[in-house]
Design a binder for this molecule. Structure first.
Ligand SMILES: Cc1cc2nc3c(=O)[nH]c(=O)nc-3n(C[C@H](O)[C@H](O)[C@H](O)COP(=O)(O)O)c2cc1C
Length: 477
């Protein structure tokens, strides 16, 4: 399975990597990451930070374009978004279990107990208003369900508190949040492994809404068609990815035992919605890293610049969930970039019965893949391309009759990251929000009387193109 440094080598060969030196880890690195992501620029690899040894590196902007996402998952560089979505749907998924190996590159350097010092890594503070340095944004958090035995992997932000302490924020409802409670409710700490330089497929799988009970390690193995290599952690017994750049083992303490201020961090919504709060911490017992380690950074950037990787990971799994729920006739599903790849869902389908479109919308709003922070779900007919914003908006203003076509569903799966969460609800601890559904399909019961679209038929267009294409090259393609 392609590890992080091999992936960056592939990027370099493809002209998709910019190597930079002498950049300040304090906001300069984050600002360059933002500026170049906005321009669709290359992946970035930073080295030679002031007061740090040469070779202690940070990589960012790795998965921000379709081309690099394809390279990261070992697909040809010219693969288009839809082909990636099809692969990510993993319709014939069979778990490919990780294999345990005695050791691996991540064990080239081992610091245990008193020798643990996380400050040895050039951890960035990404944005000006961030409350601290974030060691984990491109991270994979590995936790075992104590009742069911399977290992869940998620991406959750990790703040650097001091040499041996990290803050880990997990939103309610996420699998790692459900699992940690199983330890905490018994007054126990939750053993955890954090992979701060994960292989691209493990990171992208961990960031996807893979169903409960399926380990993202097995999902990554399935996508790579080869198992992930892991080493049994000495402290926790959890699997430590052997080809990781930097990994730690630690104890995630119940919040009443220890909590510290966490945040703010510039978030994927494009705001600082989460603010600063008390959050539980991880005591780090061991640090493993390769020679010349690379810390992976995927700091959130204001939408839509950051969204592609989220869109690709959310869209296919939502599509699967809709079909599993029995929603037929789906032509396409799209998580719009303006919603950070999550808040704005568009579904295109061929209506077969009254209520078909609403069934799809309600399923999406309640799904695991896209339900979290879902704000707006738009359903359009099958002639509308859900990835084309202008076509979608045309359908909304022309086919919806708003007094009948809009529904607002209250009490949905939200988070304190929601910038629009009213202060009173936030103070009460009520993090739910409402989802607006726009049924922008032709009304089912009189769709046959709906005015025809003012567009030449496919047959006529084909005929005219064939006749004129040599004289008007613009007609080609
Ligand atoms: C860069 C990045 C940062 C993320 N940060 C967080 C976070 O701080 N807390 C969180 O709960 N989810 C965060 N997520 C989203 C989760 O990784 C995602 O919802 C994942 O599917 C959760 O795993 P689960 O399916 O095992 O619940 C982040 C995702 C990415 C890509």
């Amino acid at each position: 399975m392609l590890d992080l440094r091999s992936f960056l080598e592939v990027c370099k060969k493809e002209g998709e990597l910019l190597e930079l030196r002498d950049v300040d880890w304090d906001v300069e690195l984050g600002t360059l990451t933002e500026l170049l992501a906005e321009k669709g620029g290359p992946a970035l690899l930073f080295d030679k930070f002031k007061d740090y040894p040469e070779g202690f590196r940070v990589a960012t902007d790795m998965y921000t374009t379709v081309k690099r996402f394809a390279l990261a998952i070992d697909m040809p560089p010219d693969t288009n978004g839809l082909e990636i979505i099809k692969k990510w749907r993993a319709v014939d998924f069979e778990p490919v279990k990780p294999v345990e190996v005695a050791t691996g590159p991540v064990m080239e350097n081992v610091d245990e107990g008193e020798d643990v010092n996380l400050l040895k890594f050039p951890v960035p503070r990404f944005h000006e208003r961030d409350g601290g340095r974030y060691m984990g944004t491109g991270v994979a958090i590995i936790i075992r369900d104590p009742d069911e035995g399977w290992v869940n992997v998620g991406v959750q932000r990790v703040m650097l508190h001091d040499e041996r302490t990290l803050g880990l924020y997990i939103s309610p409802g996420k699998h790692n949040a459900i699992i940690r409670e199983k330890y905490w409710s018994k007054g126990e700490s939750c053993p955890v492994v954090m992979d701060f330089g994960p292989t691209p497929l493990l990171f992208l799988s961990a960031a996807s809404h893979v169903a409960w009970g399926i380990s993202e390690m097995e999902w990554a193995g399935y996508l790579a068609k080869e198992p992930l290599e892991v080493i049994a952690g000495k402290v926790t017994g959890l699997p430590v990815p052997a080809n990781s750049e930097i990994a730690i083992e630690g104890e995630y303490l119940p919040p009443d035992v220890e909590s510290r201020k966490e945040g703010p961090l510039g978030e994927w919504t494009g705001y600082y919605g989460g603010g600063e709060r008390s959050e539980p911490v991880v005591h780090v017992k061991a640090v493993y890293h390769r020679d010349n380690p690379i810390l992976a950074g995927t700091p959130p950037i204001k939408p839509p610049n950051y969204a592609f990787a989220v869109q690709v990971r959310t869209t296919p799994l939502l599509w699967n969930e809709l079909e599993k729920a029995g929603i037929r006739g789906i032509r396409g599903v799209w998580e719009h970039g303006a919603g950070g790849g999550r808040m704005l869902t568009i579904i295109s389908l061929k209506q077969e019965y009254g209520g078909h479109a609403m069934r799809a919308a309600l399923t999406a709003a309640g799904s695991h893949a896209a339900g979290y922070m879902s704000k707006l779900v738009i359903v359009v007919d099958e002639d509308i391309d859900p990835t084309n914003t202008n076509e979608v908006l045309w359908a909304v203003v022309s086919r919806a009759n708003f007094e009948d076509s809009v529904s607002i569903i209250k009490g949905c799966w939200g988070t304190r990251l929601d910038p629009a969460l009213p202060p009173e609800k936030r103070e009460k601890g009520d993090l739910t929000h409402s989802v607006m559904i726009i049924n922008a399909c032709r009304p089912f019961y009189w769709k046959d009387r709906f005015p025809p679209v003012n567009r030449a038929s496919e047959e006529l267009r084909k005929k005219v193109i064939e006749k004129w294409v040599n004289e008007i090259p613009l007609l080609r393609g």
